[in-house]
Design a protein. Structure first.
Length: 271
């Protein structure tokens, strides 16, 4: 079904948790979906480019005048954080998936806490370019997000730190990675309808995934596979199982508290 002329532009990433959540939303003609790398999404939010967009929790305070955090579509939970891999040494070249990402802010918090005297040469690049850069020895270490956390071992890369696990032990909070934001100039009724539609889409997809129905195998899985960087079904399924939770359907009080803790620990600038 083609979007209508005045369809709302909605931007998400092509990663499996987003394409899983939004797969059945494609049937609604009132939404026009765009698929962008997470840092492109973040820059779009900073420019107020899209009425509705996925973006990093790391931006929540910087875009607060223009966007509201929606209670649906977020990636927050236990065991969902990025991983630091490779070789860490003074002066090493370290890749990150974008300066506005949650992964970047989490790494800076980790660096300040664990390696305050270690110097790094930071290299920002799209997440899908990081593994090739490691293979070519263009960088020495990297923070991997999305599918990267599931495949680094097969690349022969050593795990330095599971930053999510480290953060959870440090703070006792879940790690909030990304969320859906709606521009504040949208009518309240439009936002409410979108939230209802997205929640229904996520609920439908989760039921299909859990039951192994034909909706999952014939529609949702092929869509995720076509959009993903890693195409193995087991990697895609692991991505869904890890990042799509009850908090993706509706942010719980614990999830909202975790966002506040992240803001206090990672986003507050040191005195």
């Amino acid at each position: 079904m083609q979007p209508v002329a005045d369809a709302i532009d909605v931007a998400i990433s092509p990663c499996p948790n987003d394409t899983f959540a939004f797969c059945t939303l494609r049937q609604y003609p009132e939404y026009r979906l765009h698929y962008l790398d997470i840092e492109e999404l973040n820059r779009g939010l900073l420019q107020s480019r899209f009425p509705i967009s996925k973006g990093s929790i790391a931006l929540i305070d910087r875009i607060a005048d223009s966007y509201s955090l929606l209670p649906v579509g977020a990636a927050v939970g236990h065991g969902v954080g990025p991983v630091l891999v490779g070789r860490l040494f003074d002066g090493c070249r370290l890749a990150l998936p974008g300066e506005n990402t949650t992964a970047h802010q989490l790494f800076l918090f980790y660096q300040r806490t664990v390696h305050p005297t270690l110097r790094f040469s930071l290299h920002q690049m799209p997440f899908f370019a990081i593994l090739p850069a490691l293979r070519q020895r263009e960088i020495d270490a990297a923070v991997l997000i999305h599918e990267g956390r599931f495949v680094y071992a097969r690349e022969g890369l050593a795990l330095i730190e599971d930053l999510g696990d480290w953060y959870e032990k440090k703070t006792g909070a879940m790690i909030p990675l990304g969320a859906i934001y709606a521009r504040k100039d949208l009518p309240a009724a439009t936002v409410k309808t979108f939230v209802t539609h997205l929640r229904q889409a996520i609920h439908t997809a989760r039921k299909a995934y859990q039951s192994g129905s034909s909706l999952y195998s014939d529609t949702i899985l092929p869509f995720m596979r076509a959009m993903a960087q890693e195409h193995e079904d087991n990697v895609i399924a692991a991505h869904v199982a890890t990042y799509v939770t009850a908090d993706t359907e509706e942010l719980s009080a614990a999830a909202l508290k975790s966002i506040d803790i992240f803001r206090e620990t990672c986003l507050a600038r040191p005195a």
